[in-house]
Write a protein that binds this ligand. Sequence first.
Ligand code: ACO
Length: 326
Amino acid sequence: MKYTYIAGTGSYVPDEIISNFALEKMIDTSDEWIRTRTGIVERHIARKDEATSDLAVKAAQSALEDAGLEANDLDLIITATVTPDMLFPSTGCMVQKKIDARKAAAFDISAACSGFLYALEVGDQLIKSGQYQNILILGADTLSKITDWTDRNTCILFGDGAGAVILRTREKEQGVLCSHLYSDGAMSEMLQVPAGGSLRPASEETVQNRLHYITMKGNEIFKTAIKAMTEAIEQAASSVGIPIDNIDFFIFHQANTRIINAVAQRLSIPENKIPLTIQKYGNTSTASMPITLDELNKNGKVHQGDIVCFAAFGGGLTWASSLVRW
Ligand code: ACO
């Protein structure tokens, strides 16, 4: 029997910071509103010439170093992103080229903010199949590039970043214990970028109508996210017979502290088990969980044998949970 464990973590956020006070000068909002409604204080934004793969490369290099591996040891790269460098080739192929991982196959996964957990599940199953030994999983997004900076409903929320984990195989029962993935395409209109794909290819009209930016029904997503993530965590815990009280850390998709607090309240999770990075980085989409995991790991807070639960929610709609024994 083969098991998948996380051998290394990495993350990267771009240098430029936009604070809530800077946003006050751009749109009709306030630092007080953003802090109390979302928990966000500032976010990091990619340069004009910085693509998603550039962020992903830095996270990947950090994860490889943490795992004690070279790029050439990788046999697969799975990149979760909704802001690929271009429609194709995949961002994974761009990363493969830039880190010179000659033996690795590469592809992308699109599941918005849940993408990292979708990629983790695919990587876990491929490791368990025995076909792959060293897989780089990336969650990387530059949502700033598809954000309407005149829309106060969305532009206060997002930041750019990338997170990475290296999955490796071992015989001992450790690492990924389970993952549960969910989708409901019937709610796709709640969160989308309407144009730029085959349905509405880019045209003068789509640009004029601002259809290349994120549109979101934030309030409806808010309620759905709380219910879905609560149930997904319950499902994960019961499927492996681990009581929720015995879980050491809960790494949530960092979309809104009020969403996280509501789930925590429903499941009686104490605050000290929930690492938060949203205040510094905003909602970095699929990158938010691997970035938070990397900070937990590099700060020496997670120890061998600890149980870490992940829960995410995002466009699609998609949601997911995973349990990992560190
Ligand atoms: N500054 C000041 N006021 C604002 C702002 C702002 N930036 N944005 C909205 N408001 C106002 C609204 O106009 C409204 O005013 P009104 O009462 O006079 O009409 C009031 O604040 C309340 O608006 P709501 O939309 O009800 O605010 P809410 O408390 O729901 O917070 C938010 C909005 C932060 C977007 C929240 O709904 C949320 O976090 N939703 C979930 C988002 C999410 O998780 N998305 C999925 C992941 S993202 C991904 O997959 C890429």
